[in-house]
Write a protein that binds this ligand. Structure first.
Ligand code: SAM
Length: 289
């Protein structure tokens, strides 16, 4: 059956039928715009071969679109009052499994193994903004087999994921995302596409996982510690940032020598360095350990 949710009338009808009240603590803003939904499905390149994990299905609006396009959909919703609603709105789709769980507690690697023979899965979500970063970084860092993540996030967060050095939005999130994936902003989505309307603008971003990371480092953990240290105190020079960071214990001289060996200015700031340059520094410092 073709999706029928995703417009204001159908959404209101379901809300009224179940007397559902939105919960702020779960970041509930439901999509009510079919054009945006179409765009997300197209950007995610869902085909009938795909196993899709949806995080936070809400009342099942995007789930209907996903179920219509994919082989199988697995939707994880934390709010138990939405479960009977989902049973109703998804009753015409026999390729959807809904579970009532916190996504941060789901073993996604196991899921991919059981449901998709260990092949990379696609993740699609209109994420509650407060857990965007832990979810995305968790998926990447745990090396779960994921082919792409197509998500609705706060516009500002989408910008941060996508930019390079020399812009104010550039930071640890940009580098972490770009180490693992190629970001592409699919669409900006204004507040009136949701019910209730969020206070901020949103954007759909697609993160396509690199087959191979664009830089090679001997120690991934060290790379990310260095990145975090450099942006921890933005106004400080890179050398000072690295010296003052708790997680790192390099001597001042070692840090200065490594910066010089990389060919960076002694007064360089972390925000000026590209991913390649951070990788170079991580490899030089790693050898000094
Ligand atoms: N996908 C729906 C849509 O587009 O209309 C709903 C999107 S709404 C922004 C986010 C959804 O994620 C809500 O249904 C909320 O209850 C759910 N959610 C929030 N935190 C969650 C978590 N930790 N695990 C799973 N679902 C969560």
């Amino acid at each position: 059956r073709e999706p029928y949710l995703g417009n204001p009338q159908a959404t209101i009808a379901v809300l009224n039928k179940y007397g559902f009240t939105f919960q702020k603590k779960f970041g509930q803003n439901f999509l009510i715009d079919p054009h945006v939904l179409d765009k997300i499905i197209r950007a995610a390149e869902i085909t009938e071969d795909d196993f899709v994990l949806e995080i936070g299905p809400g009342m099942g609006t995007m789930t209907q679109y996903l179920a219509y396009a994919a082989r199988e959909v697995y939707a994880v919703e934390i709010d138990k009052s939405l479960i009977p609603i989902l049973e109703d709105t998804l009753s015409d789709y026999d390729n959807v499994t809904v579970i009532n769980e916190d996504i941060l507690k789901v073993d996604i690697a196991k899921l991919a193994e059981e449901k998709n023979g260990g092949r990379p899965i696609k993740v699609v979500a209109n994420l509650p903004y407060y857990i965007t970063t832990p979810i995305i970084m968790g998926l990447f860092e745990s090396h779960v087999p994921v082919e792409s993540i197509t998500v609705m996030v706060q516009k500002e967060v989408a910008d941060r994921m996508q930019v390079g050095p020399g812009t104010k939005d550039y930071g640890a999130l940009s580098l972490a995302v770009q180490y693992y994936a190629k970001p592409y902003i699919v669409a900006n989505v204004p507040p009136n596409c949701f019910m209730p309307r969020p206070k901020v603008g949103s954007a759909v971003i697609r993160l396509t996982r690199h087959a191979e990371t664009p830089v090679q480092v001997d120690d991934e953990k060290l790379l990310f510690q260095i990145i975090r240290a450099s942006f921890n105190q933005r106004r400080k020079t890179l050398a000072n940032g690295l010296k003052n960071y708790e997680g790192l214990s390099f001597e001042k001289e070692t840090i200065e020598a490594a910066i010089a060996e990389c060919g960076f200015s002694p007064s360089v700031r972390g925000e000026a360095l590209s991913l390649e340059e951070f990788a170079k520094l991580a490899n030089v410092l790693g050898r000094a350990k």
